[in-house]
Write a protein that binds this ligand. Structure first.
Ligand SMILES: NC(=O)c1ccc[n+]([C@@H]2O[C@H](COP(=O)([O-])OP(=O)(O)OC[C@H]3O[C@@H](n4cnc5c(N)ncnc54)[C@H](OP(=O)(O)O)[C@@H]3O)[C@@H](O)[C@H]2O)c1
Length: 302
């Protein structure tokens, strides 16, 4: 739906939630607790049982679910799942606003917005930044992008899930932010599991190892902010001052992690990826720069 198309959503407090994994169920539960009429649909209907007991209506078909709410939230594994579900229900989409809070690529979010517009429906992309149990709590925030008018119209309902952070009109933007945030999250999780496996070879239980390791993970933000200059400011200026730490020093440690992991018989994919960033920066003559110089390789400049 383009901004000119009449939108009937404002007449509804009713919200439809399609996709009842842990995240969709948390959203539906939060909306019910706030007194919104909630209709749900899920490929596996049994996942709706508890929500129905709490007051949600279970729609018989995706089309009936869409017709029940002006605002239709999608919480699915990926975007192809949306087409699987709504492809046969496109006649019901006109005048509705779809908010797809599923993970996928920015380009697939843009394609989905165009697809929705082709069926006279509005489309916002969303990226939920907390795990399911934290949905609806003050700690929750959710990135959105897409039509500003749609965002304004549905802000109150969406704010029930978590503080909305609107990034702009491009439907790909919220997805890009989500994937960037998840790049940090997933890489950190793999780092934590690699480190736990390292310590496990010495007989340390994960219950002992993880508190030590999480203290390091928790401190990364403070460490990066503690320098004379925020690393982002220097990066934006194209500066990589190496007077406190250098690519050569960090690269030597990256080598030691690979050597240690090899000796311990662990998977080397993660430490080798990190090592390659430093090796490229050194090979390009940047050994005396700050570690931030590895961004050149990551940007594809080698
Ligand atoms: N869980 C979290 O803590 C969390 C946090 C932030 C963001 N997210 C994002 O939220 C989204 C949902 O997460 P989740 O944990 O609830 O995922 P999930 O447990 O994997 O649930 C996925 C949902 O998608 C449905 N689905 C998948 N493929 C389908 C298809 N081809 N046709 C119809 N339905 C299909 C599933 O239906 P069935 O029940 O029938 O299988 C289920 O309802 C994901 O994109 C995830 O990245 C999750």
């Amino acid at each position: 739906m383009n901004e000119q198309h009449p939108d009937h959503s404002a007449e509804f407090d009713a919200v439809t939630v399609i996709g009842l994994g842990p995240m969709g169920r948390a959203m539906a539960r939060t909306l019910l607790a706030a007194g919104r009429p909630v209709t749900v649909w899920n490929r596996t209907p049994s996942r709706a049982a508890e929500l129905v007991a709490e007051g949600a209506a279970l729609a018989a078909t995706p089309a009936a679910a869409v017709r029940a709410g002006g605002l239709v939230l999608l919480s699915l594994t990926d975007y192809p799942a949306m087409y699987d579900i709504l492809g046969p229900a496109t006649a019901a989409l006109a005048g509705r606003t779809l908010v797809n809070l599923s993970s996928d690529t920015p380009d697939r979010s843009r394609e989905a917005a165009a697809w929705a517009a082709g069926h006279d429906a509005g489309f916002l992309t969303g990226g939920v930044m907390v795990p399911a149990p934290m949905v609806g709590t003050p700690a929750a925030h959710v990135y959105y992008s897409g039509g500003r008018g749609l965002m304004d119209r549905h802000r109150d309902a969406l704010a029930l899930l978590g503080t909305p952070r609107y990034l702009g009109e491009d439907p790909g933007l919220a997805q890009l932010m989500y994937q960037a945030q998840l790049a940090v999250f997933l890489t950190t999780l793999s780092g934590l599991m690699h480190a736990t496996a390292m310590l496990g070879t010495a007989g340390l239980k994960a219950a002992e190892a993880l508190p030590e390791l999480l203290a390091s993970a928790d401190s990364i933000g403070a460490v990066l902010r503690a320098g004379e200059q925020h690393p982002g400011t220097a990066l934006d200026a194209g500066e990589h001052p190496g007077h406190l730490s250098t690519v050569t020093m960090m690269g030597a440690t990256a080598d030691h992690i690979v050597e240690t992991s090899t000796a311990l018989g662990l998977d080397l994919a993660l430490p080798r990826a990190v090592q390659s960033h430093y090796r490229h920066a050194i090979a390009n003559g940047h050994g005396t720069d700050n570690w931030t110089r590895i961004i050149d390789t990551i940007r594809g400049g080698r």
